[in-house]
Write a protein that binds this ligand. Structure first.
Ligand SMILES: [Ca+2]
Ligand SMILES: [Ca+2]
Ligand SMILES: [Ca+2]
Ligand SMILES: [Ca+2]
Length: 349
């Protein structure tokens, strides 16, 4: 049975109470990026054209690419979408080097602060597309974690060679998707011991399709994504030989067309088959229950009311921008975060 909890905080309503005369607690987190060597600066490429991709990126991946026991970082970069002068305010600092970057974690014994070194060039990674996200997983079971990069345009499959270098096997793998992909996850949907790949796609967009949109005050503004048609997601089956097959139709995935922004995989109903939760932007989210290799919309019981797997809590165009699995309970929980003002959590019991 599923139970769910919802909470919403309006950013424009009552302010947080202010503590008076009390010692402020020490911060839980301190930004150590620069001193740890993480000099990455994301560039959304904004030139004043108000292009939708400028406000959708980007993510990254924490994974141990060199198998030394610490997490390294792949930071996904945007870049220029069209020529033109940049507004003075963006980016705050120009990226020192183009493209997505791989940082090796050089944390040593006794070190309290990680030290990251940009090893992109020596890794052979050339990821200069307009990036959105990345997924990490060992696609060939050789013990070295590989990487998949989602882009506005062609994606990339990067095989970890096990010697601190990567090979671009996008073409030979057959796991490309030239649409606007945002998020991806590796998971073994058919339980054959080989990681398969789910790619969440967003909207049908190209620079020659850009539209002018206006805010309520009639000033030009970024378009609501509903201006653009959604495109279906894609499921790739790992053929165990370095290639992948598009099984979206066979698995039932392409029955849905929605503006996907985030995807996670977990066995939500504890039947031994990995399920999916896809967070969409402005569209109903999707919970796909894996029925032995094909996917059906799942059901969620919310305060005694059953919701079908595609549900929308009437949040209008808030959508869901991030999903993550929390493993704290008896069963995985899914948290869906839409913005700083609205969020929801779904727990399974
Ligand atoms: Ca490492
Ligand atoms: Ca591998
Ligand atoms: Ca598999
Ligand atoms: Ca399941």
């Amino acid at each position: 049975m599923f139970a769910a909890c919802l909470f919403a905080v309006s950013a424009g309503s009552a302010p947080w109470p202010r503590a008076t005369g009390l010692a402020q607690p020490a911060p839980l987190f301190i930004d150590r990026s620069v001193e740890s060597g993480l000099d990455f600066v994301h560039d959304n490429g904004a030139t004043g054209g108000l292009l939708l991709p400028e406000v959708t990126g980007a993510g990254g991946a924490l994974f141990d690419f060199d198998n030394d026991g610490d997490l390294d970082l792949f930071a996904v970069q945007g870049g220029a979408l069209e020529p033109g002068p940049r507004p003075r305010s963006t980016p705050r600092r120009a990226p020192a080097r183009p493209g997505s970057r791989l940082y090796r974690n050089d944390l040593g014994p006794g070190d309290r602060l990680p030290r990251f070194t940009d090893v992109t060039d020596r890794s052979g990674i050339v990821a200069t597309g307009y990036g959105m996200g990345a997924a990490a997983g060992d696609i060939d079971n050789d013990g070295w974690v590989d990487l998949y990069v989602t882009n506005l345009g062609a994606n990339q499959m990067l095989r970890n060679n096990g010697n601190a270098t990567f090979s671009d096997m996008t073409a030979s793998s057959g796991a490309n998707d030239s649409r606007w992909s945002t998020s991806a996850t590796f998971f073994d949907y058919d339980r054959d011991g080989w990681l398969d790949l789910y790619v969440a796609n967003y909207v049908d967009f190209a620079l020659d399709m850009k539209r002018e949109c206006f805010s309520g005050g009639s000033a030009r503004d970024y378009c609501n994504p509903i201006v653009y048609d959604p495109v279906p997601d894609r499921l790739f089956h790992n053929n165990r030989d370095g290639t992948f097959a598009d099984v979206s139709a066979r698995a039932g995935i392409n029955r849905a067309r929605a503006r996907g922004l985030g995807v996670i995989a977990a066995d939500l109903n504890e039947d031994g088959w990995m399920d999916l939760f896809v967070a969409n932007d402005g569209d109903a989210n999707q919970m796909w229950i894996n029925d032995g290799g094909t996917f059906n919309k799942g059901w969620l019981k919310l305060d005694g009311i059953d919701f079908q797997g595609s549900y929308d809590w009437d949040w209008g165009d808030i959508g869901a921008f991030n999903v993550s699995i929390l493993e704290g309970g008896l069963l995985p929980s899914v948290s869906v975060t839409g913005s700083v003002s609205r969020s929801a959590c779904l727990t399974t019991r």
